[in-house]
Ligand binder design. Structure first.
Ligand SMILES: O=C(O)C1=C[C@@H](OP(=O)(O)O)[C@@H](O)[C@H](O)C1
Ligand SMILES: C=C(OP(=O)(O)O)C(=O)O
Length: 752
């Protein structure tokens, strides 16, 4: 519950926009205490009293202090010094529990003024700053809702009384503000960039243009851009003079950074360097949209940050049909690689069919942060202005790859070969996943990488290392480890060889070949020689067989189903799901088979046919590694036992997928036995439902969420799946497509 101010007598010093709006907000909130004001303009005071904002007041601070419990100093920053001295002299007149706060836009100067006036920083002084305002000023602009939903930053010192901080927090909470704390220096540095610099630029631009054109034609013909950019130049000049003077050094630092950035852009314009211009504009445009969506709490990263507090659920009704022709979104593995290799190539790479899911978008964003100009995505089209193997630039901070194991592991190899240091971070699920499997062989190549305990993220990668080729025998069948080493191998002084214990997806090898980089293979080993170059070429991303798998299974278990999935990638290293379903008796055919950009594709046609349990051949496990959650649902609806072994890798995906599926099955009443590296599923295929409805938890894992949504087709009651926001990592639009083919499924906010 938010706190409410319980001050018997509040004194607001200064009836400008902030002071009068605070009074109005407190009044509107119905605070019980008296509100007084002190202002040199007696007519303003009279008006404020007539408007019902204050109970009384006067021009002399000493006289107004009698019995006051809370003083709010809302005077211009440079007037703060005099007011502090008066306060220090007459504070004995106030109540013994007096708390003082202020609303100044800079904090270090006000702290200095307080120390000068009081001899030291008083424990009952809580410096603060509401991040609210308007280009309008004074009592005329009063707005009781001015602080609602806005932030107020308090900057208490270690010596500040916690009771005083609590009371100032309550004051702002009463008028609807969100209160946070930071130290004085950080406040001044942050505000110099987010507020003071933009005001300074707006004032300067308007002044410059106004001088250039005495007849003010510019203003007459001003377009929206001018209006948007310069609105704040109408702000109170005295207030802003004071702010620039008071926060001089932080404002100058911010201005220096700005001038350096402007000089770079100027240079790009002057040199006609289209790539450099696009890179800056594109980064800015995306950063701006990211900022917008953060404010609206709807971006992909914001969604992750919010996940703790809100959760998206699926409610999948029992039964339903599976009919039609659909195309699922682009392949996630190929999408990640298209951005990575396109960025490292020389020339412009055009990608089509790109997956606009959060995982591959995180990869795209990371390259933007390393200076690569990338246009799009627009309806699956992305244009990457490659910078060559040595053209990446040092990013401003850690690279955040969200939920994407593929991104983190492939980046680890690629970044180990760069000249600069980097840090890779991810969301809570990714932070639990093992990275030693890439860090260890990379270290053998000469990379310097720090991980958190147990080889977990974040990964801190030291740049500038000379990498040497290795001959590596992978302990597990992992395309991510193989790809990571091949990417590092591009930067190595010699040959990098990787042997895999079983075939894994080979998109990296194929795409490197497509971009003119020679990768050789003999049996279970592939290798490349470092020091070459990649040449840009178009990349067509097929539909993702891992996403198609949910609909393949949906059709395979639903009597009467007849479904075509168009243009699905059927690379032989990915078709375990097709092989396994066919062995279980599915009527699944490949039609219209052809090749696009080095990857085989086909339309997959499934009609319902009764399934039976099988022993899943070990060699199919790596070829269907992401499809097991869906395949387990097929097994639950197949007559007899389906046995899976040698699948321990499922325990280190976005969740422990063996456990997550077993837990959900227990709730649905699907009989099963769990093993360390596998599961037995005792399926049924009756004329009616094959198990009951239940509430299940996806554990935030996209594939578990979609698998249980599909399971509802043969359940007796609804299947409610918790924590489904992460479906957007690999399959944006899943719900719409599922509904289109005949599933009854809705999204709900948990608790709604
Ligand atoms: O290389 C890739 O794109 C992937 C490889 C697989 O991971 P492992 O390499 O850990 O098996 C797979 O599970 C993942 O979804 C994507
Ligand atoms: C395991 C998966 O992806 P990643 O490893 O990239 O997180 C997946 O998509 O199922």
């Amino acid at each position: 519950m938010s706190q409410v101010a319980r001050e018997p007598r509040i004194l607001i010093v200064g009836l400008g926009l902030i002071g009068s709006s605070l009074a109005a907000g407190l009044r509107r909130a119905g605070v019980a205490g008296e509100i007084r004001a002190c202002d040199p303009h007696l007519d303003e005071l009279t008006r404020a009293r007539e408007m019902g904002l204050v109970d009384g007041g006067g021009a002399c601070l000493a006289e107004q202090l009698d019995g006051v419990n809370l003083v709010v100093l809302a005077v211009p920053v440079l007037a703060m010094c005099d007011v502090m001295h008066e306060l220090a002299t007459d504070r004995h007149r106030a109540a013994p529990d007096l708390v003082i706060t202020d609303v100044g836009s800079t904090k270090a100067t006000i702290r200095e003024a307080a120390v000068a006036a009081f001899g030291s920083l008083p424990a009952n002084l809580v410096l603060g700053h509401p991040i609210a305002g308007s280009e309008k000023s004074g009592l005329d602009a009063v707005d009781p809702a001015l602080f609602e939903g806005h932030k107020v930053i308090l900057t208490p010192a270690p010596s500040t009384s916690t009771d005083a901080v609590g009371r100032v927090r309550a004051l702002w909470a009463t008028v609807g503000a969100e209160v946070l704390e930071m130290d004085v220096d950080r406040h001044d540095a942050v505000l110099a960039r987010t507020s003071h610099l933009p005001h300074l630029l707006a004032f300067s631009l308007v002044d410059t243009l106004a001088r250039q054109d005495e007849r003010l034609d510019i203003f007459r013909y001003a377009a929206g851009g001018f209006r948007d950019f310069t609105r704040i130049a109408g702000s109170d000049p005295v207030m802003w003079r004071d702010i620039f003077a008071a926060n001089q050094s932080a404002v100058l630092d911010a201005l220096d950074e700005f001038e350096a950035g402007l000089a770079r852009l100027r240079h790009a314009v002057e040199a006609g360097d289209a790539d450099a211009m696009l890179s800056t504009l594109d980064r800015a445009s995306h950063a701006r949209r990211y900022f917008d969506s953060l404010l609206n709490q709807r971006s992909y990263q914001a969604e992750y940050q919010m996940q703790e507090s809100t959760s998206l659920c699926y409610r999948a009704g029992p039964g339903g049909a599976v009919q039609g022709r659909i195309r699922v979104p682009g392949d996630k593995s190929v999408s990640h690689r298209s951005i990575m290799l396109g960025a490292l190539a020389e020339g412009v790479t055009e990608v089509s069919g790109f997956l606009e899911g959060e995982d591959s978008l995180a990869t795209l964003q990371a390259f933007r942060e390393m200076g690569v100009a990338i246009e799009g995505p627009h309806q699956g089209r992305v244009t990457i202005h490659g910078v060559g193997l040595h053209g990446l630039q040092v990013p401003a901070g850690p690279l955040y790859v969200g939920n994407a194991g593929t991104a983190m592991r492939l980046f680890a190899g690629l970044l180990a070969g760069q000249a600069f240091d980097t840090e890779l971070t991810g969301d809570t699920s990714l932070t639990r996943r093992p990275m030693g499997r890439v860090a260890d062989p990379l270290r053998e190549m000469g990379a310097v990488i720090d991980t958190a305990e147990g080889g977990r993220p974040p990964l801190k990668i030291r740049g500038g290392q000379a990498l040497k080729g290795i001959d590596y025998d992978m302990p597990m069948a992992s395309a991510q480890v193989k790809s990571c080493l091949l990417l590092a191998g591009l930067y190595a002084d010699s040959e990098t060889r990787v042997r895999e214990p079983a075939p894994t997806r080979d998109h990296t090898e194929r795409m490197l070949g497509g971009l003119g980089y020679r990768v050789e293979r003999h049996g279970d080993t592939c290798w490349l020689q470092g020091g070459g170059a990649l040449q840009a070429a178009p990349i067509d991303v097929p539909a993702d067989i891992s996403s198609a798998a949910f609909f393949l299974v949906a059709a395979a278990i639903t009597p009467g189903a007849d479904l075509v999935l168009e243009h699905v990638g059927v690379n032989p290293t990915r078709i375990g799901v097709i092989n396994i379903l066919q062995r279980m008796g599915a009527d699944l055919r490949l039609e219209n088979e052809h090749e696009v950009g080095g990857e085989p594709v086909a339309d997959l046609h499934v009609r319902y046919a009764p399934l039976h349990g099988i022993d899943i051949p070990a060699d199919q496990v790596p070829l269907a590694i992401d499809e097991f959650p869906a395949l387990f649902v097929a097994a639950a609806n197949a007559e007899g036992v389906t046995r899976l072994r040698d699948a321990g890798e499922l325990r280190v995906k976005e969740s422990d997928r063996l456990q997550a599926m077993a837990d959900g099955f227990a709730r649905l009443g699907v009989e099963h036995t769990l093993y360390d590296e596998g599961i037995d599923i005792m399926g049924r295929n009756t004329d009616g439902p094959n198990y009951r409805g239940a509430d299940v938890d996806s554990l935030g894992d996209h594939r578990i969420a979609m698998a249980f949504a599909v399971a509802a087709l043969r359940a007796e009651g609804a299947v409610n799946v918790r924590d489904c926001a992460n479906v957007a990592t690999s399959f944006p639009g899943f719900i719409e497509l599922a509904r289109r083919v005949g599933l009854t499924i809705e999204e709900q906010q948990e608790g709604a």
